[in-house]
Design a protein around this ligand. Structure first.
Ligand code: IPM
Ligand code: MG
Length: 392
């Protein structure tokens, strides 16, 4: 009897599937990196034997220009109807007026909140050949492999706020940080579940010595942790965590924390990987489609308007987000691994975008400086799908 070893359904050689993806290029370098990511996904799909059908949406600053709002309800609906959403970046100086009631970033919050994407996964891995690109000493980067899980639909980002009003000298504004135990529970539970497939260690980050929500966070983390006796739970205050992240980053496995803390710590952690341009992210909730978790995938960097449209942006964060999309939302684990391997190979073969280019001339031997398009091409050229093994 001949059997395909158990693999996600889409990997079966005999079934041709077409997945529906929503594409949001956005602003600044968003269109540059998303075009790169899409061409890698297309090449991978062709090699692996499945199809992708795209719906492109005009969202962010581009949405403000086109429709007067950052995102329309029909855009959120189109994202909900798709199997997954692939996003470049939104925002830019053109829409930065603090007194404006419409801002590109509102699109992110409407999508995150509207699609119920309460967990933002930001893996930080270090490529051996890029150790020199990080300002940290090489020995500190040895063994670094961490996953930051940022709560994405609560806390300061979604709490009630009042904008400043009144005359200078008597102005006041406020933001609030609310969390319910249910909101904490679901994201912390995901952290424990994912830790089981890694090194079984969860660090819950809070500010329990000051904030009431953090004390609730810590209590809920302990309650959830009781159901995972095989996973070690540590609590760390966010200020101390910020220090530990650069002092001994290899000490972390899974880090789970509230929205704003996660935003800040993940940018800090990106320094370990050599460039903000390297890091992918997945935002997921609990809704499943026929193929996997519904989710939104984007690089963690912003829209970098100064280098937009100049073939300068590093597309790797977006390309690796595409790999996460395949794995988490489409159940295409082999195809995801093929992208990750191709990225590693392109780096090993010396391809470097400007952000990864060594500052000193001495270490550039064997390296090729490339733009967005050439880096993408180098990665596409290295895609090789490992077929599911046929076992007798
Ligand atoms: C991120 C970004 C956004 C955030 C900005 C652009 C609003 O920094 O995704 O990390 O703060 O969530
Ligand atoms: Mg951020």
């Amino acid at each position: 009897m001949t059997n395909l070893r158990e693999e996600p359904a889409g990997d079966a050689l005999t079934s041709w599937r077409t997945y529906r993806l929503a594409a949001i290029p956005g602003d600044g370098v968003g269109p540059d990196v998303l075009a790169a990511g899409r061409s890698v996904l297309e090449a991978t799909a062709a090699a692996a034997g499945f199809g992708l059908e795209w719906t492109e949406l005009v969202v962010g600053g581009a949405g403000i220009d086109a429709y007067g709002v950052a995102v329309r309800p029909e855009d959120v609906a189109a994202c909900r109807a798709a199997d997954a959403v692939y996003l470049g970046a939104v925002g830019g100086p053109k829409w930065d007026d603090p007194s404006s009631s419409v801002r590109p970033e509102q699109a992110l919050f409407a999508l995150r909140g509207g699609l119920g994407l309460f967990a933002n996964l930001r893996p930080v891995t270090i490529h051996r050949s890029l150790v020199a690109a990080s300002p940290l000493r090489p020995e500190l980067l040895e063994g670094v492999d961490l996953l930051i899980i940022r709560e994405l639909t609560g806390g300061l980002y979604f709490g009630a706020r009042t904008e400043a009003s009144g005359a200078a000298g008597s102005r006041a504004a406020s933001d609030t940080l609310p969390y319910s135990d249910g909101e904490i529970e679901r994201v912390v539970r995901l952290a424990f579940e994912l830790a089981r497939g890694r090194r079984s260690n969860v660090t819950s980050v809070d500010k329990a010595n000051v904030l009431a929500t953090s004390r609730l966070w810590r209590r809920v983390a302990i309650e959830v942790g009781a159901g995972f006796p095989d996973v070690q739970l540590n609590h760390q205050l966010v200020d101390s965590c910020a220090m530990q992240l650069v002092k001994w980053p290899a000490g972390f496995d899974v880090l789970v924390t509230e929205n704003l803390f996660g935003d800040i710590l993940s940018d800090e952690a990106s320094v370990l990987a050599g460039s903000l341009g390297m890091l992918p992210s997945a935002s997921v909730g609990s809704r499943r489609t026929a193929h996997g978790l519904h989710g939104l995938y984007e690089p963690i960097h912003g829209s970098a308007p100064d280098i937009a449209g100049r073939d300068l942006a590093n597309p790797i964060g977006t390309i690796l987000s595409g790999a996460m999309l395949l794995r988490w939302s489409l159940g295409q684990a082999n195809a995801a691994a093929a992208i990750e391997a191709a990225v590693s190979q392109a780096i090993d073969d010396g391809f470097r975008t400007a952000d990864l280019w060594p500052a000193d001339a001495v270490t550039t031997a064997g390296l090729t400086r490339v733009g967005t398009a050439a880096m993408t091409e180098a990665i596409v050229d290295r895609i090789a799908i490992r077929r599911p093994e046929v076992v007798a």
